[in-house]
Design a protein around this ligand. Structure first.
Ligand code: AMP
Ligand code: ZN
Ligand code: FE
Ligand code: FE
Length: 289
């Protein structure tokens, strides 16, 4: 039997689409990079980016998969930041996964996430829920460990019915077991991404950022805005596209896929035209000269 992945067949009438916001099981997604590429092939995506939370472990394997599956791959990341009291996310594209400075920051974030997970387990114990730290560490310790992993165990233990209940009762902001995550400033995230030869984008501004906040981020030297996202209304997408034009920025978008319909919409359900990827690539290449 031939195990070679099928070559992409793109007819002239197939719309050329890209999904530039996908999480793998190296952060809080469910699917491995290979499973992600298989789906991207099924949905006839021309280009994808894996943008794990504070983690680049999926990127080198994905570069090889991209060749095998004949799908363009943009190495990405989604960095958690704090602006005033709000958590915001900055996407980095075209980053070098082997960049030494980037990796030393990520190692530090990883440690901080582990410390925080431990503190969350401690709080859960005070609510009479016992989760073994060694078990959590052996299952998820290699990833960007976060609240969704703990929610998973709460569901398995029948403490809650689903992720939403886990967040509503225990893990969500202002809940009894909430411990804030270590976060850097947006300016620091932009610098880290730049040092790793990447370009930075404001992720899903419609979720958490007011117009003035967006203008502040633009003034910090962000390269673009994620206009298309499942949590953006059509009116918001239009508004962000106008801002992109007004400030001469780049545009990105995607499904924020986490590999499970319980965790959000399917991969490829929110896409951008491939022409935008061509524009992004040219913009990035020009910056590198
Ligand atoms: P963390 O990085 O550990 O703070 O976890 C943040 C992740 O938890 C987000 O990226 C979402 O995937 C997930 N999340 C946040 N709030 C909720 C919620 N209310 N219900 C389900 N999942 C959530
Ligand atoms: Zn996530
Ligand atoms: Fe995000
Ligand atoms: Fe995301």
């Amino acid at each position: 039997m031939n195990h070679e992945p099928k070559r992409r067949r793109v007819s002239s009438v197939t719309p050329q689409k890209a999904d530039l916001h996908i999480h793998s099981n190296f952060s809080d997604g469910k699917l491995s990079p290979e499973e992600i590429f298989l789906l991207a092939q099924k949905f006839q995506l021309r280009a994808i980016s894996i943008t794990d939370h504070d983690n680049v472990a999926a990127l080198n394997i994905s570069k090889n998969l991209a060749q095998q599956y004949d799908i363009e791959f943009i190495p990405g990341i989604e960095i958690s930041c704090r602006k005033d009291r709000t958590e915001i996310h900055i996407l980095g594209y075209f980053i070098d996964p082997d960049n030494v400075q980037l990796n030393s920051y990520l190692k530090y974030f990883q440690n901080e996430r582990m410390n925080r997970a431990r503190q969350i387990l401690h709080r859960l114990r005070q609510c009479n829920i016992i989760i073994d730290w060694e078990e959590l560490k052996s299952r998820y310790g290699e990833r960007s460990i976060g609240r969704p992993h703990i929610a998973e165990i709460l569901i398995e233990k029948n403490c809650v019915k689903n992720h939403n209940e886990a967040f509503e009762k225990y893990l969500g902001d202002d809940c009894p077991c909430y411990i804030p995550k270590y976060k850097i400033t947006p300016s620091e995230a932009i610098t880290i991404i730049k040092e790793a030869n990447g370009i930075s984008f404001i992720a899903h501004p419609g979720v958490d950022i007011e117009l003035q906040g967006l203008r502040d981020l633009i003034a910090l030297g962000i390269d673009g805005i994620e206009t298309v996202h499942p949590r953006h209304s059509i009116a918001q997408i239009e508004r962000y596209k106008q801002l992109v034009k007004q400030y001469d920025l780049q545009e990105s978008g995607g499904s924020d896929y986490h590999g499970d319909k319980k965790l959000g919409p399917a991969m490829g359900s929110f896409t951008i035209p491939y022409e935008i990827v061509i524009r992004l690539t040219a913009y990035h290449s020009k910056l590198q000269q």
